[in-house]
Design a protein around this ligand. Structure first.
Ligand code: FES
Length: 117
């Protein structure tokens, strides 16, 4: 995680193995990581809480912006514009021996309450 810049959200590929019936397939999720200090990282699900589109970080505006219906979130994931009903979803993280470990989860979009699916 040493290559994550402090204070600037960065998109990283989270590679995981998913079981699909009897098959195991690799899945890649582009999570957003925000390193706050040398030892503290917040990771956001890449799925907009409105209707599930992928959002981007706009470094100039210091906002996450969703292209689908214009929702905007501040670096803490708080909704600052558009129709998103709740903040960005955070994923559980652990730092072990300098490595960032992320537990991937998905949540229902379009709800004010965070509901895991
Ligand atoms: S899906 Fe992101 S604003 Fe609608």
């Amino acid at each position: 995680m040493g290559d994550l810049p402090i204070g600037e959200p960065t998109q990283r590929d989270l590679v995981m193995t998913v079981t699909d019936g009897y098959m195991e397939v690799a899945a890649v999720k582009g999570i957003w990581a925000l390193r706050r200090t040398t030892s503290e990282v917040t990771v956001y699900s890449p799925i907009c809480t409105h209707l599930g589109c992928g959002f981007r970080w706009d470094g100039g505006a210091r906002r996450f912006k969703c292209p689908c219906h214009g929702s905007e979130f501040d670096p803490d994931g708080k909704v600052v514009g558009g129709p998103a009903p709740r903040p960005l979803d955070r994923l559980p993280v652990k730092i072990e021996n300098g490595h960032l470990l992320v537990q991937y989860k998905e949540f229902k979009s379009g709800t004010t309450r965070q509901i895991e699916i």
